[in-house]
Write a protein that binds this ligand. Structure first.
Ligand SMILES: Cc1cc2nc3c(=O)[nH]c(=O)nc-3n(C[C@H](O)[C@H](O)[C@H](O)COP(=O)(O)O)c2cc1C
Length: 240
């Protein structure tokens, strides 16, 4: 650590540790995150690659009173109208294997960590509702892109979003990426003055993790390498 790192919670961390140690964090301390730190993380993430370097990502950042007001609005909508709908399909409209099983493992893993059973609809509602409180994170991001852009720009934005999550870890900060926030795009658009020509992709809570919170003990598994890697050792004969 050098002098410049004092007060930022900066730590030496390998890239491998930064990536492997990241996990979706669903309980945060109230400790505010200095805006200079947020700016540093976003500047770093802005080094993410993008096709032709068009840098399609846009980020709306808020904390303090603005964050609290948005939380009130989002929760009110969730409590009265229920889950909204995104302007785009994140998932297949009809689920199929192996994705369905993975999705179920993830969902039930989280609920069972919290002692929420299949019958406990109120418990599920309360857990889902946490999305609209940014899981207690003191700072929130909303990511958008110009809606005329194509799939390539969504890919670029994903790289930017992951870079934010990884860059944050150098400072002891953790994150929760949140597609659920795009369900209430109208609320966010209206309150954050997001222009109509932008599409809200997802949001994110960022802050210092509450390591004592049970929800943060939930850890997801990954498929072994052989399930997603194909080593190509021989080529099929070329057609004449
Ligand atoms: C783009 C994106 C959107 C997500 N949206 C949500 C969300 O709305 N709410 C939530 O609790 N988790 C959300 N997640 C977190 C995933 O459930 C999580 O990344 C996955 O289960 C793997 O767990 P890990 O992040 O702890 O490795 C999202 C993740 C991504 C990448």
């Amino acid at each position: 650590m050098n002098d410049a790192s004092q007060g930022t919670g900066e730590r030496a961390i390998t890239v491998e540790e930064a990536i492997r140690g990241r996990k979706s964090t669903r309980a945060f301390l109230k400790t505010p995150v200095p805006r200079e730190l947020i700016a540093r993380i976003l500047t770093t993430a802005g080094r993410a690659p993008s096709g032709s370097n068009i840098q399609p990502w846009k980020v709306y950042v808020f904390d303090g009173k603005v964050r609290d007001e948005i939380v009130t609005d989002l929760c009110q909508r969730y409590d009265t109208v229920g889950e909204g709908t995104r302007e785009y399909e994140y998932y297949p409209t009809k689920w199929y294997e192996p994705y369905l099983a993975r999705r179920r493992t993830c969902g039930w893993g989280l609920y069972s960590t919290m002692g929420i059973t299949r019958e406990d609809k109120a418990g599920m509602h309360a857990q889902r509702r946490q999305n609209y409180e940014f899981f207690g994170a003191p700072t929130a991001f909303i990511f958008s892109i110009d809606r005329q852009l194509e799939k390539g720009s969504w890919l670029d934005t994903g790289m930017f979003v992951q870079s934010v999550m990884i860059a944050a870890r150098q400072f002891g900060l953790e994150t929760i990426p949140q597609a659920a926030l795009a369900n209430f795009h109208e609320v966010l658009r209206a309150r954050l003055s997001v222009p109509d020509d932008e599409i809200i992709i997802c949001g994110m809570g960022i802050g210092y993790p509450d390591t004592s919170a049970k929800v943060n003990s939930f850890t997801t598994e990954r498929e072994p390498l052989e399930n997603f890697v194909t080593w190509v050792d021989a080529l099929k004969p070329a057609k004449d």
